[in-house]
Write a protein that binds this ligand. Structure first.
Ligand code: TNX
Length: 501
């Protein structure tokens, strides 16, 4: 492994060697390649520098992009920048990631724009590198989600989990249950404006994500986090459970308590449940899963399962078994928050998403491990490191604190295979969730997500033994992303741990 610190790349590649000087980029620089990545490169260079590269129709061109499965493992690539630049992807995704690396090497100095000379060999450590956006607590429209996809796919994230329903709103149109969006989508936390995706909106998000090699995972959160379902269809849910914690926390925050049949504007959890012993509940679940499966080319449907404190344990387990079986019957692989691992017979092959802490508490670890015992695997979203909605510091204006205060360094310094007692192969990778209780705008979201998502991108992508996979190197390399983020209009938080350039 060769790595020189002079290459400002995040996530750190498997191997990289800096060359001497830069390859100039001007309007006469020509790009050869028929992949979508060629157009994406031309557009990104123009956004960044104002220079519109032209196309070449034969080799040798100044910048050549091609695919050759022999160069690296899936999603990998090689990049060589000398007098010319050649990017070879192992597949289209690899080529896209090679282009993202090239864009990180693009910079301006007194002599104009250029790309730092380098040789890079790269491929991801984990095949699952995810981010989650909660569009239920606050709604983000198609254009905002596209911008989120741009900024996260540039860090080589390849899964986008959309949290499409919660107590405060239902965000995706379902033809067979039309009142969900008609009656339960108009507001969000604190009574702010809500919204929902039509099926065409959702398709647009899915195809935009696919062009950037991100798989969309839609989540319908069940059997708790379902107050909004009851606003549309009261007979599907139980009466709100007003436990002491909810009552006192709501009073402290000055938030209303949930009222059956009315949109809930607070952010307390654990008060709602669908009816577990009514067959109509499962007709509803099957219809929603079927319509989502039809719209979703990716293999997964997420069925939630977190914090269902309003559902008795035996009922919860029964529901977990039925809902995961329904997802398989509708042709998809279920994903669930780790609590569903309490169900002895959760459908075999269900994927669990662990959101406990890096030192597991209570029953979290055993619930997570049960997914593996049932032939499934795990996504690691340890809340005290990956949660993008936690504050950076006590006085940070956005975010919550229940899992931890997470500065950039603590977001970075953790090891996904060291949290649970399962074989390394059972860890598919990681996901960093952005819950949106406190984020009203995309700019708010970006301040929490960036730069910490870059830390998770490196944890997920870079080999753990790479010499540069250490904080001292990461903070320098991260600092060098500032010009790129500024040019792309990413409203990152300029954390003072980082030497921003
Ligand atoms: C817990 S972690 C939740 C969400 C909240 C989040 C806020 C998990 C699976 N559920 O309902 O939005 O905390 O940080």
């Amino acid at each position: 492994m060769v790595f020189t610190h002079s290459l400002p790349l995040v996530p750190a590649p498997v191997s990289a060697t800096a060359g001497e000087g830069r390859m100039p980029i001007t309007v006469t620089t020509r790009v050869l390649g028929s992949s979508p990545a060629a157009t994406q490169l031309i557009e990104a260079v123009e956004r960044r520098s104002g220079i519109r590269l032209s196309r070449a129709d034969a080799s040798p061109a100044d910048i050549e992009l091609r695919v050759d499965p022999a160069v690296a493992a899936a999603e990998g690539y090689t990049l060589a920048v000398g007098d010319r630049a050649v990017v070879v992807g192992a597949d289209e995704a690899g080529l896209f990631y090679g282009v993202q690396t090239l864009l990180q090497l693009l910079r301006e100095d007194e002599s104009g724009w250029g790309v730092l000379r380098a040789e890079v060999q790269d491929a991801p450590r984990f095949s699952r590198r995810g981010v989650m956006l909660d569009v239920a607590r606050h709604f983000f429209d198609v254009a905002e989600v596209k911008k989120f996809i741009d900024s996260t796919s540039a860090l080589k994230f390849n899964h986008l989990h959309l949290h499409l329903s919660d107590d405060q709103g239902w965000r995706i149109h379902i033809d067979s249950w039309p009142l969900l969006t008609e009656l339960s989508s108009s507001t969000s936390v604190d009574g702010h404006l809500g919204g929902f995706y039509t099926k065409d909106d959702y398709r647009e998000i899915v195809s935009y994500a696919a062009e950037r090699h991100m798989i969309v995972i839609p989540e319908i959160d069940l059997p708790g986090h379902t107050h909004a379902i009851g606003v549309a269809y009261p007979d599907l849910v139980e009466a709100p459970v007003l436990n002491d914690g909810l009552v006192s926390e709501s009073a402290r925050l000055g938030q209303p308590l949930p009222v059956a049949g009315e949109i809930y504007l607070g952010w307390g959890v654990g008060h709602s449940s669908v009816r577990i012993h009514e067959e109509r509940t499962y007709e509803f679940v099957r219809d929603v899963v079927r319509e989502l499966a039809e719209l979703t080319p990716g293999p997964y449907i997420h069925v939630g399962g977190d914090e269902s404190l309003g559902t008795p344990q035996a009922d919860f387990d029964l529901f977990a078994e039925r809902v995961t079986a329904i997802v398989f019957e509708e042709g998809k692989t279920p994903v669930a928050w780790h609590e569903m691992g309490s169900a002895a017979e959760i459908a075999e092959g269900t994927i669990g998403q662990y959101w406990g802490k890096t030192t597991p508490e209570g029953t979290h670890a055993e619930e997570a491990v049960h997914f593996v015992e049932r032939g499934g695997a795990l996504i690691m979203s340890a809340a005290d490191v990956t949660y993008l909605d936690m504050k950076y510091s006590e006085d940070f204006p956005l975010g919550l604190t229940w899992a931890a205060i997470i500065d950039v360094r603590s977001a970075y310094e953790w090891e996904p295979t060291a949290v649970l007692d399962v074989p390394d192969a059972a860890i598919l990778g990681i996901e960093a969730p952005l819950w949106s209780e406190t984020t009203r705008t995309l700019s708010d979201v970006e301040k929490l997500v960036f730069p910490r998502a870059a830390a998770q991108a490196e944890v997920a992508w870079s080999p753990k033994e790479a010499p540069d996979r250490v904080w001292a190197s990461f903070r320098e390399r991260l600092g060098s992303l500032a010009p790129l983020w500024k040019a792309e209009g990413v409203d990152f938080h300029p954390a003072d741990e980082i030497p921003w350039s």
